[in-house]
Design a protein around this ligand. Structure first.
Ligand code: ADP
Length: 243
C-alpha cells in the first residue's frame, strides 16, 4: 500500500454529549472525519448541527466524550451562521476578512503579505470591488461571501461551515461551493459543513451525516438522502420540495 493510500483521521469524535440546560441536545456522538474529506451534516432545526460544529471548533466544551485531531490541533476556519450577527457597529468588508488573520497571528494584519491574501480571497469570491464597503450595507448573500473569506483567509487545514449557503441565491451558492471544492482539491482542506439545502448542496457532497441529537445515518449522499430517510428525519410528507 502506497503512502497516499493510508487514510488519516483528521477529527475523531468519541461519545460526545452536550446540552445547554440539563437536557442534552447531542448524545453519544461518534464520528470519524478523514483528512481531505468533505462531509455534509443535515438534520431538522434544533438537531444540534451548529452545536456539533462549535464543539469541533473548540468554542464549546462537551459534557463528556472527546474530540481528537491527527497529531496537533489543526488550523481551523469557522464560519458561523451569518443571520445571528448584529451589525450595529461600523466595520468594512476587508476588516471583517482581516479578523480571520488575527485569529491566527494575534497581531492586526496590516503587513503587505496579509493585504495580498485578503485581496486574493475577496477576488476569488467576487467581492474585491466591495472591499471598502460597510458590511451592513451588503445583501445576505454578499455577507455570506465575506464570512467565508474570513474563514479561509488564514489558510485553515480544517474548515467548519455552519449553513454557508442558507439564504444565498443560486449563483452565490455555486460560487461558495466552487471555492470550497478548490480548497479541498488543491490544498487538501478537510471540510465539514451543515446545510438545509438537500438538492442544491447535500446531494452534491460525497458523504452525508444525518443528525437529530444522535447520528441517524452516515454514508454516501445518494444512499442516505432517500425519500424514506427524509421522511423519517424531517417528517416531510412531500419530499418533492427537497429532492
Ligand atoms: P441546529 O443547528 O441543528 O438547528 P443547534 O445546535 O443550533 O441546532 O441547537 C440545538 C438545540 O440547542 C436547540 O434546541 C436549540 O434551541 C438549543 N440551543 C442552541 N444554542 C443554545 C444556547 N446558546 N442556549 C440554549 N439553548 C441553545
Amino acid at each position: 500500500m502506497g503512502r497516499d493510500d493510508i487514510r488519516i483521521i483528521a477529527v475523531r469524535i468519541r461519545d460526545v454529549t452536550y446540552g445547554y440546560t440539563n437536557i442534552p441536545v447531542l448524545e453519544s456522538i461518534d464520528l470519524d472525519v478523514m483528512k481531505g474529506e468533505v462531509i455534509c451534516i443535515v438534520g431538522p432545526n434544533g438537531a444540534g448541527k451548529s452545536t456539533l460544529l462549535k464543539i469541533i471548533a473548540g468554542l464549546i466544551r462537551p459534557w463528556s466524550g472527546s474530540i481528537e485531531f491527527n497529531e496537533e490541533r489543526p488550523v481551523i476556519g469557522y464560519m458561523p451562521q451569518v443571520e445571528s450577527i448584529d451589525w450595529n457597529f461600523p466595520i468594512t468588508v476587508e476588516e471583517v476578512v482581516a479578523l480571520g488573520l488575527w485569529n491566527r497571528s494575534r497581531v492586526m494584519p496590516w503587513l503587505n503579505r496579509d493585504r495580498e491574501r485578503i485581496r486574493k480571497v475577496l477576488e476569488d469570491l467576487s467581492m474585491i470591488d466591495k472591499a471598502k464597503r460597510q458590511i451592513r450595507e451588503l445583501s445576505g448573500g454578499e455577507q455570506k461571501r465575506v464570512f467565508l473569506a474570513r474563514a479561509i483567509v488564514h489558510e485553515p487545514e480544517l474548515l467548519l461551515l455552519d449553513e454557508p449557503t442558507t439564504g444565498a441565491d443560486p449563483s452565490t451558492r455555486d460560487d461558495i461551493l466552487r471555492v470550497l471544492y478548490e480548497l479541498n482539491r488543491e490544498k487538501g482542506v478537510t471540510i465539514i459543513l451543515s446545510t438545509h439545502d438537500i438538492k442544491g448542496v447535500a446531494l452534491k457532497q460525497p458523504r452525508v451525516v444525518c443528525i437529530n441529537k444522535r447520528i441517524l445515518a452516515d454514508g454516501d449522499a445518494k444512499d442516505i438522502l432517500t425519500e424514506d430517510n427524509l421522511l423519517r428525519i424531517y417528517g416531510l410528507l412531500d419530499t418533492s420540495t427537497v429532492l
